[in-house]
Design a protein around this ligand. Structure first.
Ligand code: FAD
Length: 117
């Protein structure tokens, strides 16, 4: 089960959402808009593919690669290119920090009280 950080967990819900990915968030937001009480479940990793392995981390790494490429291959002959050093471990740490920050923004936390499946 996934709950709002610090909130008491009720034992009755109007909607049980399987998963905690983007689709689950859309369902949870809609349930909230309708005044319903929903709960997300998760059997693998909180946040689903988008946050953990999909768009968020991939675009972050692509952005870093793009910056590196741009600095090495400048389009303007008047500007001298540079060859910056890539600290790959630091890049991965930064990407992992971004994922953690994105999950923290949702204010949801794993709770062990209900099995995810
Ligand atoms: C590398 C990469 C880059 C991407 N880039 C983009 C992009 O730029 N833009 C874009 O729009 N999309 C992008 N996508 C696609 C996007 O990530 C997916 O469309 C999106 O994650 C789908 O969300 P979802 O909630 O439907 O599924 P998921 O994110 O897969 O979430 C489903 C969750 O449900 C859980 N689950 C499954 N069965 C159960 C069960 N029975 N009980 C409990 N939990 C269960 C799973 O563990 C999972 O966490 C990208 C994907 C990848 C791999």
């Amino acid at each position: 089960m996934i709950g709002i950080a610090g909130a008491a967990q009720p034992d009755r819900y109007d909607l049980v959402i399987l998963g905690s990915g983007s689709t689950a968030f859309a369902a949870a937001i809609r349930a909230s808009e309708l005044g319903k009480r929903g709960v997300m479940t998760e059997s693998r990793i909180l946040g689903g593919i988008c946050v953990n392995r999909g768009g968020v981390p991939s675009k972050n790494l692509i952005g870093a690669a793009d910056a590196l490429h741009t600095m090495r291959h400048l389009r303007y002959p008047s500007v001298e290119p540079v060859d910056p050093r890539l600290d790959f471990a630091a890049l991965i740490r930064q990407k992992d920090g971004l994922i953690a920050a994105r999950l923290a923004m949702t204010s949801i936390t794993p709770s062990s009280s209900i099995d995810g499946r």
